[in-house]
Design a protein around this ligand. Sequence first.
Ligand SMILES: Nc1ncnc2c1ncn2[C@@H]1O[C@H](COP(=O)(O)OP(=O)(O)OP(=O)(O)O)[C@@H](O)[C@H]1O
Ligand SMILES: [Mg+2]
Length: 223
Amino acid sequence: MRICELRGVGRRYPLGETEVLALQGVDLDIDAGAFLAFAGPSGSGKTTLLNLIGCLDRPSEGHIVLDGQDLGGLGEAELGRVRAEKVGFVFQSFNLIPVLTAVENVEVALRLGGQPKDRARCAAALAEVGLADLLDRRPAQLSGGQQQRVAIARALVKRPRLVIADEPTANLDSHTGAAVLDLMKDLNQRHGTTFLFSTHDPMVLERAGRVVRLRDGRVEAGP
Ligand SMILES: Nc1ncnc2c1ncn2[C@@H]1O[C@H](COP(=O)(O)OP(=O)(O)OP(=O)(O)O)[C@@H](O)[C@H]1O
Ligand SMILES: [Mg+2]
């Protein structure tokens, strides 16, 4: 079963009088349950591609089918609903809300998804990432690796089909980054959640189930 299919996907950004061709002619099939890394030099299109798959942006050309649904025909509100229902996000800079505790940060994700507040469920999500004892800490009272674990719990609490993580280890030291990656892989294997992430880090690539390399906005021919 495929979680995502891209056909002839391109994305241009207008820039003054000209435009930047950030992605072009991307054809890609991603299996449900994949643990897939996008690699490639800075500016090669990794973030652009993750944003398209995650319904944060739309292609300038081509088609994307996500979990059986063609995104091309959807209006803004519908695209937002698909995103809320199917996709969880983990960011390079964690993006936690500083005045909220760990468990409250996870609760925000449930409420944004239109679901009722459920502290027990959020506490369980945090327990799953090894933070059962730190529910009431605010982000400033947590280490970088712990903050990223809160972000992973927040991404997973709705049980999305897909988690998108743009350079999830970029702000972590290599030891902590490896632990976060191992945690993501464990969750991938236990729940079958598809993980798509981007990275510059060889340690991360080593742990990926599949690596897709981008260069100048194109997918490089793989093995
Ligand atoms: N909003 C924008 N307007 C114009 N050009 C953009 C915009 N966003 C990205 N680009 C350009 O699109 C190309 C791809 O950018 P993207 O951010 O996807 O690269 P990346 O592979 O994620 O790079 P990095 O590894 O540095 O994060 C780059 O040339 C970038 O300058
Ligand atoms: Mg990027």
